[in-house]
Design a protein around this ligand. Structure first.
Ligand code: SF4
Length: 196
């Protein structure tokens, strides 16, 4: 009887904000509130993702470029790694002397027909996943030597280029931009697949 009295007491009737906190006459509301609280708590403290996404986050922030320069564009690539431009700010400065340590091949310079098979071999020796940036007009399309008897008209004729960086030569800042574009592609492989 006492409970009934409380239940129908006017003070304990629902207000616009919900049921009065002084009574437990609506266990459903209580349950929903608790469930909402738990959900908020979980949203704050638990992150659900796939292993691929976590690995790609790491890969995209720590490319290890191959130490490999073909012509004048390589000077700009070296400058990018130096103190003035400081590629280390982005975490991409660990140039490796061995293809087996590298995951990024920057084609920096003119690709001669004599050099192309060696460049392909370097690429094939790199472990997966691996990426390619074509740096400069020569690497994109042959540049000023396009059509020459001794030059290949672009790196994409024999390598899967991920990012094209035009310019003759491109500035170190442009190489940073290319690396950041590659970072986006690594983080969103589904978009990269559609573009290909
Ligand atoms: S794009 Fe220009 S700067 Fe770069 S390798 Fe070719 S000629 Fe040299």
């Amino acid at each position: 009887m006492e409970v009934d009295k409380v239940r129908f007491d006017e003070k304990n009737m629902p207000t616009e904000e919900g049921w009065s906190p002084s009574t437990r006459i609506s266990p459903v509301t209580d349950y929903l509130r608790n469930e909402q609280k738990t959900e908020d708590e979980l949203n704050r403290s638990v992150i659900l993702t796939s292993l691929d996404k976590v690995l790609n986050q790491g890969r995209s922030r720590s490319f290890w470029p191959m130490t490999c320069g073909l012509a004048c564009c390589a000077i700009e690539m070296m400058a990018a790694g130096g103190a003035r431009f400081d590629l280390a700010r982005f975490g991409y400065e660990v140039f490796r002397p061995s293809p087996r340590h590298s995951d990024l091949l920057i084609i920096a310079g003119t690709i001669t027909k004599k050099m192309a098979p060696l460049l392909k071999r370097v690429y094939e020796e790199m472990p997966e996943p691996k990426y390619v940036i074509a740096m400069g007009n020569c690497a994109v399309s042959g540049g000023p030597f396009a059509g020459s008897y001794s030059v290949v008209n672009g790196g994409d004729l024999f390598l899967p280029v991920d990012v094209y960086l035009p310019g003759c030569p491109p500035r170190p800042e442009a190489l940073f931009d290319a690396c950041l574009k590659l970072k986006d592609r690594v983080n969103k492989p589904e978009i990269a697949d559609v573009e290909r």
